[in-house]
Design a protein around this ligand. Structure first.
Ligand SMILES: Cc1ncc(COP(=O)(O)O)c(C=O)c1O
Length: 427
């Protein structure tokens, strides 16, 4: 790249990727290998001792994965990134890097249902406690903080509610209490908003969604903002104390503003093992190249669909921040002026049963548990993704009984609306 400060569209295509130095291959090759030959024994020792960067074994690092990591770090404006097998694996490794048994973190109560389960149930086996707060009320986060609190976690644009969060206001609470703010930016993507610019310290993604964009590959990523001081409070020993398995190396001291990404790789990924396959990394790199084009089309289609649904007599409400009279519209304009994303919810007057029948009546929409595909997708959260939550949790998460969630695809918008219309007509 010739310019020092290339634009987002350019970064989406070029960041992290060069023609292959040995073959000249222009597309990023799939390095389908488990391991890499050392130059000599000193080289091997330097790699194992963290004195030199380089490939050892694909559970820890792989050149196809490295392109994906550099690409996403550049798109988010971070210092480094770590790509892993799924969004959930990314979250596990983030919390493993900062939590000790008995610690807690504060999370928004409007989150993807799988994250509510991971935090509320699975994390208990590590003795990590989650405390829920209202993302529309930054003071509710502050009220839950105590001396064992290690982090704050929010989604920039909440799934499935489709609401934007005042990231800067919650970042201020985090900064006041010297806690890192972790933001799941899956639904917005860095095309719409970049949480690090609003005070976040770590960004996570399910790459499975809009960044991959074609519904064909799982992946997750952790982006290190490089701004948080992991040594100051003494609360993050994995980063601030000597590591016995690396001859006493202190990761924050040695790696500075990329220490978090290094720690998540050499302690978390190395030991828990949720590595991304080189093939999936290749698919996600390919998907990322068209992210700006796809995301704008997703947003434009979603706005047209939301406007149309709003006028329909079988619909009681539409919750899309892109609509001018939506209570979340001002935050959307402030944080994400290019659009309000592709995923939103609406309520059917007929409630739970109508929700199920409506989904069954659709022909082009696919009924499945994913978002961010090129195709238009639909789900009835209360009977599927959010069924394990209590009814209070369902309502808090924006997934009550009458709620239908759409992930509007990039087909012709007239065909999307025609499909919705024919299914509504059958109710
Ligand atoms: C906002 C959000 N975060 C995280 C995840 C988890 O990602 P994955 O399914 O890749 O583990 C999802 C999955 O739907 C999601 O929507």
């Amino acid at each position: 790249m010739t310019k020092d400060n290339p634009g987002f569209n350019t970064l989406a295509i070029h960041a992290g990727a060069q023609p292959d130095p040995t073959t000249g291959a222009r597309a990023t090759p799939i390095y389908q290998t488990t391991s890499f030959v050392f130059n000599d024994t000193d080289h091997a020792a330097a790699l194992f001792g963290l004195q030199q960067f380089g490939n050892i074994y694909t559970r820890i690092m792989n050149p196809t994965q490295a392109v994906l990591e550099e690409r996403i770090a550049a798109l988010e404006g971070g210092t480094a990134a770590l790509a892993v097998a799924s969004g959930h694996a990314a979250q596990l490794l983030v919390f493993h890097t900062i939590m000790s048994p008995g610690d807690n973190f504060i999370a928004a109560n409007r989150l993807y249902g799988g994250s509510v389960n991971q935090f509320g149930h699975a994390f208990k086996s590590f003795d990590w406690q989650v405390r829920w707060a209202d993302p529309a009320d930054p003071a509710s986060f502050e009220a839950k903080i105590d001396r064992r609190t290690k982090a704050i976690f929010i989604e920039s644009l909440a799934n499935p509610g489709g609401t934007f969060v005042d990231i800067a206001a919650i970042a201020e609470v985090a900064r006041k209490h010297e806690l890192p703010l972790i933001v799941d930016n899956t639904m917005a993507t860095p095309y719409l908003l970049r949480p690090l610019e609003h005070g976040a310290d770590i960004v996570v993604h399910s790459l499975t969604k809009f960044i991959g964009g074609h519904g064909n590959s799982m992946g997750g990523v952790i982006v290190d903002g490089g701004t948080f001081d992991w040594s100051k409070s003494g609360k993050y020993p994995l980063l601030s104390e000597p590591r016995p398995e690396y001859a006493g190396v202190v990761l924050h001291q040695t790696f500075g503003n990329i220490a978090f990404a290094i720690a998540a790789r050499v302690l978390g990924l190395r030991d828990f093992g949720p590595a991304i396959s080189p093939f999936n990394a290749f698919m996600l790199v390919t998907g990322s190249e068209t992210l700006p084009l796809r995301m704008q089309r997703h947003c434009d289609n979603a706005l047209a669909v939301a406007k149309w649904l709003k006028t329909h007599d079988k619909i009681s409400w539409v919750n899309y921040a892109g609509l001018e009279d939506d209570p979340n519209h001002a935050l959307q304009q402030r944080y994400s002026p290019k659009g309000a994303g592709a995923v939103f919810t609406f309520g059917l007057k007929g409630g739970y049963e109508a929700g199920k029948r409506f989904v069954e009546g659709l022909e082009m929409f696919s009924h499945l548990a994913n978002i961010g595909d090129t195709r238009s997708l639909v789900i009835h959260p209360a009977s599927t993704t959010h069924r394990q939550l209590t009814s209070e949790q369902q309502v808090a998460a924006g997934a009550g009984p009458d709620v239908v969630r759409l992930s509007v695809g990039i087909e012709d918008v007239s065909d999307i609306i025609a499909d919705l219309e024919q299914s509504l007509a059958k109710l």
